[in-house]
Design a protein around this ligand. Sequence first.
Ligand SMILES: Cc1cc2nc3c(=O)[nH]c(=O)nc-3n(C[C@H](O)[C@H](O)[C@H](O)COP(=O)(O)OP(=O)(O)OC[C@H]3O[C@@H](n4cnc5c(N)ncnc54)[C@H](O)[C@@H]3O)c2cc1C
Length: 422
Amino acid sequence: MAEGTHTAVACPETDAERRIVIVGGGYAGTTCAVTLGRRLKGRDDVEILLVEPDPCQQALSELDLVAVGPPRPQFCELWHPAVFRNLPVRTCYNRVTAIHPDEHTVTVGDGQVVPYWRLVVASGAVPVVPPVPGLRERAITMWSVEDAQELQRQGEAAFKHAARLSSAEERRRTLSFTVVGGGATGVEIVGTMGQLLPKRMLDAGLDPNDLQVNLVEGRPGILYDLHEPQRDKAVRKLEAMGVTVHTGSMVDHVEDDAIVLASGARINSTVLVWCGGAKADPHAAEWGFEMDASHRLVTEIDLKALGHEDAYIIGDVASFRNPKKNNILPMLAQMAIQQGPHVANNLMRELDGRPTESFIPHMRGEFVSVGPSWGVGWMYGVSLTGLPAIVMKRITYVKYWLQVGGIPLAWKRTREMLAMQR
Ligand SMILES: Cc1cc2nc3c(=O)[nH]c(=O)nc-3n(C[C@H](O)[C@H](O)[C@H](O)COP(=O)(O)OP(=O)(O)OC[C@H]3O[C@@H](n4cnc5c(N)ncnc54)[C@H](O)[C@@H]3O)c2cc1C
């Protein structure tokens, strides 16, 4: 098989007897393709075809590093042509528009029908934006490098507008930034704002005292996945950075320069970021697989789609019930990057005529950055706060780069990351 064959929008023809089609090149799809590519090097009887519209993987868990600066959000893009350069993985930069499990085919783009021997669905999730008046029109979601660029653009525009204003009150209204959603994503983004925006204002000659940064969470507290002492520390850290934390009231509606809570409170907000949750890729609901109540696709214990022998489901789009805890796995990169290689391993077993193995998830820890140089979280049951937590979080990035690109990629990106944090 040709190594690293890349096509724009049409899938390449193949002579291989068996084709494995991977739908989606995020954390789950990329780790699956890389692992399979390494194991299938030199074999001509199997083709690995990754279908993904974007030639760069959006490394979403790294977005906190770049949300408001330094102005290099592209850091969070991992180029597939570089990752697959020396691997027998063919890529097709297009979207799967339909899957026909009974016919063992996918439709790509406008109508190219591609048969498969095995299918791996890894199409991820999308942000949920509820029908709150004014929200969809005015809020930025935080789901891609493009979103981070939009946040940077709106921040710059607010700085420039404020620089022209003589009234301190008007400047304060203009320089008001709000993040809605006190889960890990919202806290990471608002923490980056709290730490970096004052520095960027000083660089621009603006007075950081004019800045207002708010975090709004409808529930009584933030970071519900962590223990209470960790949550309290995160709130204290945010407040020390100058972030005002509003809890216990939902957003009622959004106006041009403010959000209004159900409690009646009005919060100035020129730049608004929505981090209010995610749902499985909505297109996956049309692909003929069994879904759970939250529209994630239900898997068997070996990650095959329920009732389908030749299709696997992995990552955020998958509803996998952890038999040890009897819970559905959360939407986390650390689950996706365990599932991708596990399915690659099961595919190798199938190719060798051996039975597949059950997936056993390992939740080794969880870290949330509160600003680029401080964090909270836990690992193997031990709570960590401050520098140790942020170091552990950054080590998870390095481990991922090692997993998909080996030492050269990990070394290159670690140096870039350290340079950005200075
Ligand atoms: C801001 C942010 C911070 C986060 N931080 C963390 C963290 O610190 N730790 C952690 O564990 N998790 C974190 N997460 C969650 C983590 O990013 C997700 O769990 C992870 O991305 C899931 O991987 P995935 O491969 O399932 O989906 P994704 O990474 O979203 O990839 C899905 C891919 O499928 C492609 N696709 C979709 N539809 C189609 C189609 N029809 N045809 C072809 N391709 C398609 C998309 O273009 C995309 O590239 C964070 C998420 C966000 C948004």
